[in-house]
Every structure is written in C-alpha cells, then in structure tokens.
Design a protein around this ligand. Structure first.
Ligand SMILES: Cc1cc2nc3c(=O)[nH]c(=O)nc-3n(C[C@H](O)[C@H](O)[C@H](O)COP(=O)(O)O)c2cc1C
Length: 384
C-alpha cells in the first residue's frame, strides 16, 4: 500500500491494531460531535494563494516554549501508546527525536519515563495528570526532572473521564483481558502479538510499582475514578509550578476566561484543547476557539493548540490563527499502529511536506510570517 496521507496510515492501523486499542484512539466522548467538529471545522477555512514570491531558502523551523522545533508540531501525550504497538512510546520518542520535534509522554503511558529516557538521547516532554496522592505526584515530577524532561504539560480537562461508548463495549484494559472475543480478534493481528510477546512493557509503568495499594490498574476508567483529583483548582497549578520549576504548559484550555486565569499562573504556554473531543462532548472545536483565546490573552502567554490536525495544511491554519505550536494525537498514533517507528516518521514527514508546500504556495517563507491574511474564514467562524 502506498502511503501518502494520514488517512492511509489510519487504514493500515485499523488492520494491524487489535480492535479495542484502535477504537480507543478513534473515538470521542458521547455523540462524538466535538471529535468530528475538530476535523470538520478545519475544512471550512480556505487558503489565500499568492504567486511570484521568492520561495527559496524557506524554513518550517520555529520554537515552542523557547525550544527549537523543526516545525511547529509536537506529538501530543496519549495514554496506552505502548498498546498501539509494542514499546510504542519509545518508538514514537525516537521518531520525534530524529525529526527534531518534541515528544510528550503521558502519565498514562505503557513505557515509563525511565524507559523512554534510557532509549533516547534528547530531552522529551512529560504530561502530568493530577492525582489525589500528592506524594506520588511529587515523586513523579521529580522522576521527570531526573530524566531531563524539557517541559511539563499539566492537563486540566480530565478530572472526570468523558464517557466513550466504544471503550465500555470493548472492555478496554491494559494489558487486554484474555476473553474469547479478544483472543479471536488478536489472532488476526499476528504482527502486533509478536511485538507484544517480545517486550516486557505491557502495563502502566509510570504507576505500577510506584504507588502502593493500587488494585485494579488495568482498567483505565476505574483507575481514573479512584485516583484522579476531582478537587483540582487553579491553586494546585501553583503547587505543580513550584515542584517542577521549569517550562510549564497548561493543557485543556477552551475558554477565554480560563485562558486569562492561565496567564495569571505564570505558566509558559497554554494548549487550546478539548482533549481531541474525548471529554466535554458539545464543546466547540479547538480551531474555532483558538482565535478567541489568542485575542483574550493579548500575547501574555504562548498559545498552542491541538485537536483535529490531520495534515500540514491544518497546522498552517492553526499557526496563521495565532498558535505558536500545535500537537498531533491520532495522526501519530495511526502511524505507530500501522508501522511502528517508521510509521511515526512517515506521519511527521507527510505533515511536514504538506506544511512546507502550503506555506510556499501561500507566498510565505517562514512560520513567523503566517497570519490571518493567509486565510479566508467563513462568516461567524470564531466561537463565542
Ligand atoms: C488515544 C488517545 C489517548 C490520549 N491520552 C491522553 C493523555 O493521557 N493525556 C492527555 O493530556 N491527553 C491525552 N489525549 C489527548 C491528546 O493529548 C490530544 O489532546 C488530542 O489527541 C488532540 O487531538 P487529535 O487526536 O485530533 O490530534 C489522548 C488522545 C488520544 C487520541
């Protein structure tokens, strides 16, 4: 199969990854309205073609929280990535390292902070979920520091888990329970099974062995309900900031008032995000909220965005609307599920090439030149 788009990788991933993990990636909460809108709303934006501009020597390079990136794209933190492909987080981190873009390791990863650090040579980013056990939080933050992580991404939009119907139907767990249905499905994924047999990394290794009294760690929903801190407020952001003492990124901001509160924390960046449509179904798409939030913060904090990016054109649209950086979730997960490390590299290459070519055809030679003048927005596009 010739791969030219992220969608091609998705088709291949669906063939190669067991149903429960493919569905975990390809789903949003409840009706999936916000999940769908994230992608669909990008298509409403049109690009402005410019000709006879010298394109030579153009560059897609930029910075995110002051760090150099080959293009304004990072891999988003995603849970259970080591279930899309054996050692998934390590492979994706290696692909990002070679490409020159940040990889963000989720708290709910399969490979641990230490696993990824041992197998890479450049710093990666770590994403934190606030849990009730503050001692564990302190230790986790310290582990990220010791591993040399270059930024901490604190996710604020998952104090409770948005219901995803497919995960309930599939009985999502890591490692998967060996029910008859799962075994029949896995029997059709020999490549995935061989990989899993060849690795020892099959559980939530940031957590298992690091917290006492953890009973049912395999069930994400049970773990979230019992451990995630529902009492989290802006005061706790301060606590994390003091513990971490490095570049801090607040993820899951979708409201202009919240964006202003994020500025007050002194964090380095915020991510306009609805968790890829997996949390509050019915919320606006990220790309529609982006200009509203950029406007609200008035340059007082770096603004990033994620949600629905499936192409380099989407990246360009987000950057032109004021995002200093973007993140891809499913786009890299499909690559990983399809072809491991090579698949993540392919996903990054596809997005990079599209971004570069589109930038040129819009008459721009650098990311800092992209702005609203490159786009045509339909009437009433901005949310609010
Ligand atoms: C399978 C999957 C798992 C995710 N797990 C996490 C997570 O552990 N922590 C987090 O902050 N966000 C998580 N997210 C949200 C992503 O970081 C990101 O916000 C989202 O994927 C962006 O949308 P996109 O997939 O359309 O690019 C997850 C997303 C997916 C698809």
């Amino acid at each position: 199969m010739t791969i030219t788009t992220i969608h091609d990788l998705q088709i291949l991933a669906e063939r190669r990854v067991p149903r429960m993990f493919y569905d975990y990636a390809d789903s949003g909460s409840w009706t999936e309205q916000t999940y769908d809108d994230n992608e669909d709303d990008f298509e409403l934006i049109r690009l402005r073609q410019k000709v006879a501009v010298n394109m030579e020597g153009r560059s897609t390079a930029s910075t995110m929280v002051g760090q150099d990136v080959a293009m304004p794209v990072a891999c988003a933190p995603t849970g259970l990535t080591g279930m899309q492909h054996a050692d998934g987080e390590i492979l994706a981190a290696k692909a990002c390292e070679a490409f020159g873009v940040p990889f963000t390791l989720s708290t709910m990863s399969i490979c641990s902070i230490e696993d990824v650090a041992e197998n890479t040579s450049k710093p990666f980013w770590f994403q934190l979920y606030m849990m009730r056990d503050r001692d564990f939080m302190s230790r986790l933050i310290k582990r990220a520091k010791d591993a040399g992580c270059a930024a901490l991404v604190l996710t604020l939009d998952l104090q409770v888990l948005g219901q995803r119907h497919k995960d309930i139907r599939n009985g999502l767990s890591a490692p998967p329970k060996l029910t008859l249905a799962n075994m029949i499905n896995m029997a059709t994924k020999p490549r995935w099974c061989m990989g899993m047999l060849g690795t020892k990394r099959r559980e939530f290794r940031n957590i298992v062995g690091h917290v006492s009294g953890v009973e049912d760690m395999s069930s994400l929903s049970a773990w979230t309900a019992s451990q995630f801190d529902q009492s989290l407020t802006w005061d706790d952001v301060e606590w994390v900031k003091n513990q971490w003492d490095g570049p801090l990124i607040l993820k899951g901001i979708l409201d202009p008032e919240d964006a202003k509160l994020a500025v007050k924390t002194g964090a380095d960046a915020l991510v306009v995000s609805n968790h890829g449509g997996r949390q509050l179904d019915g919320a606006f798409s990220s790309i529609r909220m982006l200009p509203v939030i950029v406007d609200a913060v008035q340059g007082d904090i770096e603004v990033h965005m994620d949600g629905g990016i499936r192409s380099g054109q989407d990246v360009l649209k987000a950057v032109a609307l004021g995002a200093q950086g973007t993140y891809i979730g499913r786009a890299f997960l499909y690559g990983l599920g399809a072809m491991g490390q090579q698949g993540v590299t392919t996903a990054l290459e596809i997005i990079h090439k599209e971004f570069d070519t589109t930038m040129a055809l819009c008459g721009r030679t650098g990311t800092d030149q992209l702005n609203g003048e490159n786009l045509y927005l339909p009437e009433g596009f901005e949310a609010g």
